[in-house]
Design a protein around this ligand. Sequence first.
Ligand SMILES: [Zn+2]
Ligand SMILES: [Zn+2]
Length: 134
Amino acid sequence: MNIANCRGCGRLFNVLANEQYCPNCQKKLDEKFDIVKKFVEDNPNVPVETVAKETDTTLRQINKWIREERLSFSPDSAYGIPCENCGKTIHTGRFCDECKRKLSNTLRSALDTPPKKENTSWTSADRERMRYIK
Ligand SMILES: [Zn+2]
Ligand SMILES: [Zn+2]
């Protein structure tokens, strides 16, 4: 069994997968995520700084969620986070569409090891298909 220090409270806890927070902190983080997500949905046109302040969350944490594509600004929001490659404002993820396309070839070999099992790899076409099957 793996034991690690929780990144939130520093307590030792049993690592089941590769989580970085103890169950306690993870729960708090999940609750916080729901609050932030709702706030962003209700206020699509505010900068991340305001979201952080209003929800009492660190900017770093919010950025992390956006980079992980768990959070996203509405497509027509004037605010977002900078593309990690060119600095253009994007609403979720790490790169703008253009850079994603450009980087996909170069990054593919690096990202091939080992692929994470996540639904985020689904294309919207896949999702559409799912909807029709139901
Ligand atoms: Zn903890
Ligand atoms: Zn870019």
